[in-house]
Design a protein around this ligand. Structure first.
Ligand SMILES: CSCCC(=O)/C(O)=C/O
Ligand SMILES: [Fe+2]
Ligand code: NI
Length: 191
């Protein structure tokens, strides 16, 4: 279930982040993100993707949604990132995305399978958003953020870019991610 957790970010790394809000309610999540300039929508993750589906097949399955995002000429480059717990590069990819970074373009993602944790550093606030299949999010260019896929990643997301090279990041060098919960800590405990 999609989760939004908002914290007041402490002035010093030794102090604890102060929880401000925690919600699973779609309209509340949309409103809290929206007032901070982050677009959030729920779209049906309507395709059942075979385990062996390659990038072209995933993008073809979601061709109408891709066309909708690209209507008007925005985000002409799109890819699909799909990770499973046996992905040989999962640890390196996890560490790369866990380092706080920015992009010179909006970060537009549509989760079509599984889940992942976006963490957005907005001045004195940090927002953690556990995105799940059906979540569509657009984070403005230049927003410092990090992403956790967990030690056993299981997600597929469509990524939309203005940059023909696709994913390009500038790392901030801030170790902020270490102060905040990781994905596994925010997921419900299996019963
Ligand atoms: C959920 S898409 C994979 C992560 C990514 O592209 C990114 O930029 C994380 O910040
Ligand atoms: Fe990013
Ligand atoms: Ni900070």
């Amino acid at each position: 279930m999609t989760l939004l957790a908002i914290y007041r970010h402490p002035a010093t790394p030794a102090a604890e982040p102060q929880p401000v809000l925690r919600s699973h309610d779609g309209p509340t999540i949309g409103a809290e993100l929206g007032r901070r300039g982050i677009r959030f929508e729920r779209w049906p993750a309507r395709a059942s993707l075979p385990a062996a589906a390659d990038q072209a097949r995933i993008l073809a399955a979601y061709a109408p949604e891709v066309a909708q995002v690209q209507a008007g000429g925005s985000y002409p480059t799109v890819d699909a990132i799909r990770l499973t717990p046996d992905h040989p590069e999962r640890q390196a990819l996890r560490q790369k995305f866990l380092a706080e970074h920015t992009h010179s373009e909006d970060e537009v993602r549509f989760f079509v399978e599984g889940c992942g944790l976006f963490c957005l550093h907005l001045g004195q606030e940090v927002l953690q958003v556990v995105c799940e299949a059906g979540d569509w999010i657009a984070v403005p260019a230049g927003t410092p953020h990090w992403f956790d896929m967990g030690p056993e990643p299981r997600f597929c997301a469509l990524r939309f870019f203005d940059n023909p090279d696709g994913w390009v990041a500038t790392f901030t060098g801030d170790a902020i991610a270490a102060q905040y919960p990781l994905l596994d800590a925010l997921l419900p405990t299996p019963t």
